[in-house]
Design a protein around this ligand. Structure first.
Ligand SMILES: *Cc1c(COP(=O)(O)O)cnc(C)c1O
Length: 326
């Protein structure tokens, strides 16, 4: 079976507004004296909650939850987690209940995603500050409590193969979209955090026989750690789809770690500035953690002439978190 057919057969709850639009970055092209076309894939406009990449991920997660007969999702993360807020919004849209476990204290000020979650009336458990491994252990206890009160809960992990399928599908979408628009876009740029986006893109691109060169700009980890995350998510996708990847990650994609600075949530001088500069040039807001570093890397590689054809950079959204970042 073809990859497209296998993907179309997976359980999926269609909540996102797809395909997301494609915007030409004319002002960026002029600013950088770019030799080739620059485009923005508007995954900030996935259409549920504040939008963003996690809406694509949630389609397959909610599909699996419903296929297992669950009526509630349990998700965990920090107070400003885009993942948690978008899980709640997508669950509401799909007619499921959502419980969020936060590893922080309940903040007095209601900003950003906390405010959005207030508005949605999401049930939240504030367990106080602790690291994510302790939070994940506690999630299993909460899962049992939800079962005891009569819910049918589905536990969502923050990473893994099922989270990555949305971006394997995004490769299919982009290939069709660019062909329909008569565009010859060869390069795709995206951020690497927990590697859901990265592994989905790399896997999908390989299974479609490399329509693109995928460039992953790490915002957090070094090459070894990021490749381990990608490797394990791809192994899980292989199990879900039954289709082997059969490549070395470093051959199948360009893993770029030189723009990550000191790691997640810590701006470099360039990324701190990008939140302002990109928006002033293009009128499109980006947040501070992922898209700022992604665009620093993208612009720099264009400026250095390292991109030998038209390219697209994926805007991963995160608008909800922007309001709590300053
Ligand atoms: C979670 C997130 C990412 C990173 O996605 P990964 O799949 O973890 O690499 C990028 N951008 C935004 C806005 C996010 O919320």
């Amino acid at each position: 079976m073809r990859f497209e057919e296998v993907m179309a057969g997976l359980p999926r709850e269609k909540v996102a507004c797809l395909p997301t639009p494609l915007t030409r970055l004319t002002n960026e092209e002029n600013y950088l004296h770019a030799a080739h076309g620059m485009y923005l894939k508007r995954d900030d406009l996935t259409g549920i909650g504040a939008g963003g990449n996690k809406v694509r991920c949630m389609e397959y997660i909610l599909g699996a939850a419903k296929a297992e007969g669950c009526d509630t999702i349990l998700v965990s993360g920090g107070a400003q987690s885009n993942f948690c807020s978008l899980a709640a919004a997508c669950a509401a849209h799909a007619g499921l209940k959502c419980v969020i476990l936060h590893n922080s204290d309940e903040p007095a000020e209601r900003q950003g995603n906390v405010l959005l979650n207030d508005i949605m009336g999401v049930e939240r458990i504030w367990m106080g500050a602790c690291d994510s491994s302790i939070r994940e252990q506690h999630a299993f206890e909460v899962l049992e409590q939800l079962k005891q009160r009569g819910d049918k809960p589905y536990l969502i992990r923050g990473f893994g193969g099922i989270n990555a399928l949305g971006y394997a599908n995004a490769i299919i979408e982009m290939k069709e979209q660019f062909t329909a628009m008569g565009l010859d876009i060869r390069h795709v740029f995206a951020p690497g955090g927990n590697a859901g986006i990265a592994s989905g893109l790399i896997y999908g691109n390989a299974l479609l026989d490399f329509p693109f060169r995928v460039h992953i700009i790490s915002v957090e980890d070094d090459e070894t750690v990021l490749c381990e995350h990608i490797h394990s998510a791809i192994a899980e996708m292989e199990e879900i789809t039954g289709m082997p990847f059969a490549h070395e990650i470093m051959d199948a994609a360009d893993i770029v770690v030189r723009y990550r600075g000191e790691g997640w949530g810590i701006n470099t001088p360039e990324s701190a500035q990008m939140v302002f500069d990109f928006t002033r040039r293009e009128g499109i807001h980006i947040e501070n953690i992922y898209n700022a570093k992604l665009l620093v890397g993208y612009e720099d590689m264009i400026r250095r002439g390292e991109v030998d054809g038209d390219s697209v950079v994926i805007h991963t959204g995160g608008f909800g978190s922007l309001f709590a970042q300053f």
